[in-house]
Design a protein around this ligand. Structure first.
Ligand SMILES: NC(=O)c1ccc[n+]([C@@H]2O[C@H](COP(=O)([O-])OP(=O)(O)OC[C@H]3O[C@@H](n4cnc5c(N)ncnc54)[C@H](OP(=O)(O)O)[C@@H]3O)[C@@H](O)[C@H]2O)c1
Length: 168
């Protein structure tokens, strides 16, 4: 076992490794939001300060929210604040499942720890995106292919849900 049994990463990434632009997500994907909610509800979600500040309605309800920041005075309504990923994991230790929900800096640090990644692969390229995760190479993981969602009025691009497992 490489990392923590009950810690997973969850993210949406484009074919060219983009995950965000101008502090927000790349596009609107209702199917991805639904999957995110279904997987994380009732559990703990751990995020960087910038991702926290990008949430449109503040703390995600029904989940223990933990925000990582180096600012010891940072206040986050409805969330716990941690000075490091290690501290965030300690704060959420009682949870059966914990999810690293971004952004790039926290994903980068967590990649070495997690054995499972819930990835929504967006079938598009975003050459203009300013936040990328080239460190996540699909060829390094065993891929379980899940549902495909076509583009429609609620999903800007087609997506496929993948579950990535770290090889033994
Ligand atoms: N596609 C997706 O699934 C997805 C998911 C989440 C986010 N995103 C996108 O990703 C972008 C944000 O990512 P980001 O990398 O810029 O920001 P981020 O990871 O959300 O937050 C970065 C901040 O976290 C804190 N931090 C990071 N590492 C730390 C450490 N080791 N110790 C203590 N604090 C630490 C720092 O906060 P302080 O500066 O306060 O110290 C840092 O400025 C946005 O565009 C967002 O929409 C995409």
């Amino acid at each position: 076992m490489n990392g923590c049994d009950n810690v997973a990463m969850i993210l949406a990434m484009s074919r060219d490794g983009a995950i965000g632009h101008r502090g927000g997500l790349l596009c609107h994907l209702a199917a991805d939001l639904k999957r995110f909610k279904a997987l994380t509800m009732g559990h703990a979600v751990i995020m960087g300060r910038k991702t926290w500040q990008s949430l449109p309605n503040g703390a995600l309800p029904g989940r223990q929210n933990v925000v990582i920041t180096r600012n010891p005075d940072f206040q986050a309504e409805g969330a716990s604040v941690a000075p490091s990923l290690a501290e965030a994991l300690a704060l959420t230790a009682r949870h059966e499942k914990r999810f690293i929900i971004g952004g790039a800096s926290i994903y980068r640090e967590a990649l070495a720890l997690v054995d499972t990644i819930f990835l929504t692969l967006i079938d598009a390229d975003f050459p203009e995106a300013d936040t990328r995760l080239p460190e996540l190479r699909l060829e390094d993981w065993l891929t379980e292919i899940g549902d495909f969602t076509p583009a429609d009025e609620r999903n800007d691009f087609p997506t496929v849900f993948l579950t990535l497992h770290r090889p033994d």
